[in-house]
Design a protein around this ligand. Sequence first.
Ligand code: BGC
Length: 249
Amino acid sequence: MARKAIGIDIGGTGIKGALVDTKQGELLSSRIKVETPAGGEPEEIASTVKDIVAQLTNRSDRPIGICFPAVVQNGVTRSAANVSKRWIGLDAAKLFTQTLHTKIQILNDADAAGVAETRYGAGKGQKGLVIMTTLGTGIGTALIHNGELIPNAELGHLEIDGLDYETKASFAAKEREGLSFVQWADRLQRYYSELERLLTPNLFIVGGGVSKSHKEFLPLLKLKTPIVPAKLKNAAGIIGAAAVVTKEF
Ligand code: BGC
C-alpha cells in the first residue's frame, strides 16, 4: 500500500507541493506551484504552505516534509538564500508545526533532491559517495554515502580562484553573463574537478531546471567520476522531503 506524505519545496521564487507515494517515490497528485510571497518572510511563507496543503488534502494528519534553501540544523534554519534574512537562526520546525498542526520535517533543498535521486532516481543502488548538485540560482549540493545523507554540505560555496564558485558556475551565472554552454562548461569543469580532487566521489548527479539540457554540457566535461543527469526533474525536492518525513530514507 502507498505510504503517503506531502512534500513541499520552498524556493526564492516559487513554493511547490504535492502528495507523494513515498514507497515508490511518485507523485499522487498534480504539482501545485504558487509564487513565494515578496520578501520571503517566515510567517507569510508558512501561511502559503498551509494554503497549498489545504488544496492537497482534507486530512489534517498527513506528515509534511519541507525543503528549504538554507542550512537546516535540528529544525533551525541557519542561513537563507533568496528569502528573508529573518530565517537565519529561526526555529523553522516550530513555526511550521504551529502553523500546520501535524508531523513535519524540514531539511535543505539540495539534501532533499539528493535523497530522492539516491532512493528512487539516478543514484538508486549506488554504493560509496554520491554527490548531488543542483544548478540553479545558486549551486546546491548533497552528500550521500552508502545511501545515508550527510546533511548540509554547502559545497556550492567552494572557494576557487578566490571566488565563491556558485557566483561563477550556477545556471544564474550562465544566464547573467550570457555564456554559451561551451563557455559555461569550462567553469563546470573547474568546479567538478575540484569536487573530485577533494572528495573522490563514485557518482555525480546533476539536477536543477537546466539538467533537461544536459546533452549540451555534460558530454563536454572530462572527469574520472561518472556524471549523470537527475531523473526526478522538478519533483525531486518534493519527493525527497516527503521521503524523509515518512522515514523512507
Ligand atoms: C544555498 C544552499 C542551497 C542552494 C540551492 C545555496 O546558495 O547556500 O543552502 O541548497 O543555494 O538552493
